[in-house]
Design a protein around this ligand. Structure first.
Ligand code: SAM
Length: 166
């Protein structure tokens, strides 16, 4: 759940929040402000590179958090250390991860089951999300096969892209 998205100012950052979360194993993203261009861009990547990833914009974070039947993890530099928090977060439940843009409302800190910091310095929602997901999943999503129209094959030098039959 991406809170505080401003379509003009944040278009690249929120796109990267979505793409990074997808690459690192998330199943989808909710964005609070409606943004059809963002939806189209992310769906186009999913269409080409495959996988099971959804995007929905114009979603109220209050309702999404209230209705979510799982564990809510809010990433904030003020939270518990990532090393202390990860062993406490259940692996057998759905997880909703909240990231902000500017100041995050106090209610989010209250409702979250875990307020988790990735270091105690201010940085970026993209970096915080990527590091958290990599640690939480043990990196297992990075090279998983998404069965898309194309697959990028690791190559020491140059680019190898395989077109997959429909
Ligand atoms: N001053 C803002 C605040 O009070 O939340 C910081 C906003 S920061 C530019 C945008 C988002 O990046 C935050 O809402 C948080 O989700 C994430 N973030 C930034 N630094 C972080 C850190 N050290 N640990 C975890 N998340 C962080």
């Amino acid at each position: 759940m991406r809170i505080g998205h401003r379509p003009q100012r944040d278009k690249r950052v929120t796109t990267h929040v979505a793409l990074s979360s997808r690459a690192l194993g998330a199943k989808g993203i909710y964005v609070d402000t409606y943004d059809d261009v963002l939806e189209e861009n992310v769906r186009s990547v999913v269409d080409r590179f495959g996988g099971d990833y959804s995007i929905k914009t114009g979603v109220s974070w209050k309702e999404a958090m209230r209705d979510f039947d799982g564990v809510v993890v809010h990433l904030t530099m003020y939270g518990l250390t990532v090393n202390d928090a990860i062993p406490k977060i259940p692996k057998d439940k759905d997880i909703m991860i909240i990231v902000g843009a500017e100041k995050v409302p106090a209610e989010v800190y209250q409702r979250a089951d875990f307020n988790v910091s990735v270091g105690n310095q201010p940085h970026s929602e993209i970096a915080a999300l990527a590091i958290f997901l990599d640690r939480f999943t043990g990196g297992e999503a990075l090279y998983s096969d998404r069965h898309g129209k194309m697959t990028v094959v690791p190559n020491e030098r140059g680019k190898t892209v395989v077109e997959n039959p429909e």
